[in-house]
Design a protein around this ligand. Structure first.
Ligand SMILES: Nc1ncnc2c1ncn2[C@@H]1O[C@H](COP(=O)(O)OP(=O)(O)OP(=O)(O)O)[C@@H](O)[C@H]1O
Ligand SMILES: [Mg+2]
Length: 630
């Protein structure tokens, strides 16, 4: 191969940090998935791992980082003058000193200290004979194909790199093209003009790579795929989950026009602040739903959670006053009169079977009422979760009475009593609608549902801190939402249901019971079926060990921050197939730093990348400045 050609390609795709990076592939170590311990703990789809040795240079340790991508020529057949490289991701980097390696524990102690002390200075030199940098890397299952005319292409598949060959480091431009090109081309975004201003730029933040170089590489994500294929945010408390979630929601809402609506279940009542710039914007249709009725700005101010620096900030009150004046604050009123749903109606009827086992004619009567109910529901396109209506009662009452008479159900039996008193439901329905008419300020689940389905409201922030109440609302809202969508074969507008503190909503169903279990099952159903009907889910939590694993497996995109517990990391590694070495890098993250991996919403399928998210508080601060200066 001609050296000249290699040079011109190199600068296009690779960087050697101005001649400082010279590396060779030293070994390719196959991994065997025998089902033994190793397979259990590595959680990766890679068939081998690579060891790369780098000539020592004193600045290099500051420049190399986990997450960077390496390329090494492979054995696959290339056409014409094309070259094929196997791509791999650095999972670990460490420096090695020849003298220290040979240092035994049994040597004369002053000698040991002598050697250790001397080595300190060595690191400041470029002495290649005593020091080296070692790298562990995992293949990402992509090949890079380089044409002679500097064209390039990524292609998926396993390949085997040539041991001993040179290893190159992908440069910032290339990283940008890999992750962003598809998305920026689609949305006509000019990467050169990237800024952290959420209104101007849909980026989520920047890629944490080549930071020593001061190169800024933004990271974009395909919002439609992100929403439809669900995403998760996992980090220890204080890792910035709520901040990131609000950052993502804000950008989805600002940059998807009217295609996406967001319903946010905000148990810790933080989002009224975190999304204040959007909620207070008179042009943006939003609604906050609180647990109790609120009469003054003071009360609203006190009922939402603010970051510590904003605890006594009067500007927040000014903004909240505007929110109230725009009529964007409502409160939830729990259903008081219980009108049975169709499923409850059928359950009550079926309960009569128990006492009628020995009386086949009773069973005949029950079957008749049962079939008539189902036929009615089918004809009208009703679902089990819906409440029975006045016309239904008027329809079913004569049928029930007639069946009871014909099949000679005894007057003293339970079935007789049940079958002849169904019109009492009419009273309940009447009283309920009367109550609702008087209730002008409170919002019932029914009214909230209308906001989502019909009106222009794009953000609905349900800030209710009572876990029982909010779960009940989740169940009744989502059941109906999914059922409606199924009936209408409708996918747009996409609806994103966001669950912060998701451990409350999707606990592992094993030890959960009652409403916890019901809620978990319900959200799991949405995760499984939602995609087909344009309903997406975002879950954010600090403890993934206690989560419903069936639900977790449905997430196609995930953001992982610091997870100090090894067990949590193992679960992530297992569920999402991320190499453990790469995951361990998250331990050194500060708030706002994330490992992002996606099967679908980034340019690269399941290739983890480290990012720094833009801080949502900056957006709120900018807004607060603007209202107080004008
Ligand atoms: N992208 C970011 N840039 C800078 N600072 C950030 C960023 N994200 C979060 N932080 C800081 O970290 C703090 C904690 O963030 P946040 O409340 O979002 O964490 P959390 O993971 O939701 O915590 P909890 O588990 O308590 O809900 C914030 O007050 C903020 O100052
Ligand atoms: Mg939080």
């Amino acid at each position: 191969m001609n050296k000249q050609g290699e040079k011109s390609i190199r600068t296009e795709c690779f960087t050697d940090f101005e001649g400082r990076f010279r590396a060779r592939l030293a070994a390719v170590i196959p991994r065997f998935f025998t089902g033994g311990d190793e397979a259990k703990t590595t959680g990766t789809s890679a068939r081998y791992s690579c060891r790369v040795k780098v000539e020592y240079q004193k600045d290099l340790m500051g420049l190399l980082e986990e997450g960077m991508l390496l390329a090494s020529r492979n054995f696959k057949h290339a056409e014409g003058s094309e070259e094929r490289y196997t791509l791999m991701e650095i999972s670990r980097v460490w420096p090695e000193h020849f003298g220290l390696r040979g240092l035994g524990d049994h040597g004369y102690y002053p000698m040991q200290f002598e050697i250790i002390e001397q080595s300190e200075e060595d690191w400041q030199t470029d002495d290649k004979s005593t020091m080296m940098i070692q790298i562990d890397a995992v293949p990402i299952n992509y090949d890079l194909k380089l044409g002679s005319d500097c064209g390039f292409e990524f292609s998926k598949g396993f390949s085997y790199p040539v041991v001993g060959s040179s290893v190159f480091l992908l440069n910032g431009d290339m990283i940008n093209r890999m992750y962003n090109k598809r998305i920026t081309d689609m949305n006509r975004i000019d990467v050169q003009r990237t800024t952290q201003d959420a209104r101007l730029d849909p980026r989520l933040g920047t890629i944490k790579m080549f930071q020593a170089d001061k190169t800024v590489i933004p990271i974009y994500i395909d919002f439609e795929k992100l929403v439809r294929y669900h995403f998760g945010v996992f980090a220890f408390t204080g890792g910035g989950k709520s901040n990131l979630t609000s950052n993502i929601l804000r950008r989805i809402l600002l940059h998807t026009q009217k295609d996406t609506k967001v319903v946010l279940f905000d148990l810790s009542c933080e989002y009224a602040f975190l999304l204040l710039d959007l909620i207070a914007d008179p042009l943006f249709p939003a609604k906050i739903i609180l647990e109790h009725r609120i009469d003054s700005v003071e009360q609203l101010y006190n009922s939402i959670v603010k970051p510590r620096e904003y605890e006594y900030d009067e500007r927040v009150k000014v903004a909240l006053k505007q929110v109230m004046e725009q009529g964007k604050v409502g409160y939830y009123t729990k259903p008081k009169q219980k009108v049975p749903t169709y499923s409850q109606f059928i359950d009550e009827l079926n309960a009569q079977r128990k006492d009628s086992i020995e009386k086949p004619h009773y069973i005949n009567a029950i079957d008749e009422i049962h079939d008539a109910t189902l036929a009615y529901m089918e004809e009208k396109g009703l679902t089990e979760a819906q409440e029975v209506s006045e016309p239904f009662i008027q329809f079913i009452d004569p049928i029930a009475r007639d069946a009871i008479e014909r099949f000679k159900v005894h007057e003293k039996s339970g079935l007789f009593a049940w079958g002849t008193t169904r019109t009492t439901i009419l009273d309940i329905i009447k009283r309920k609608s009367e109550k609702e008419r008087l209730e002008t300020t409170g919002l019932t689940a029914e009214k909230i549902r209308r906001f989502i389905e019909q009106e222009s409201t794009r953000l609905l922030c349900v800030s209710i801190s009572d876990p029982f109440v909010i779960k009940e609302l989740v169940i009744s809202l989502t059941q109906e939402l999914l059922a409606k969508r199924k009936r209408q074969f409708q996918v747009k507008p996409y609806i994103l249901l966001a669950f912060d503190e998701a451990q409350e909503f999707i606990p592992a169903t094993g030890d959960a019971g009652g409403i916890d279990k019901k809620c978990s099952r319900q959200v799991e159903t949405i995760l499984r079926q939602g995609r087909k009907y344009g309903i997406g889910v975002c879950v954010s939590t600090q403890r993934i060990a206690n989560l419903n694993t069936n639900a977790l497996q449905q997430l196609h995109t995930y953001f992982v921050g610091t997870l100090p517990r090894p067990y949590d990391r193992m679960l992530i590694s297992d569920t999402f197939m991320i190499d453990k070495g790469i995951l361990e890098k998250t331990l050194e993250f500060s708030p706002g730093e994330w490992l992002l991996s996606s099967y679908i919403a980034t340019g690269m399928e399941n290739v983890p990348i480290f990012i720094k998210a833009d801080n949502a508080e900056n957006e709120v601060e900018k807004y607060l400045k603007s209202i107080t200066s004008s």
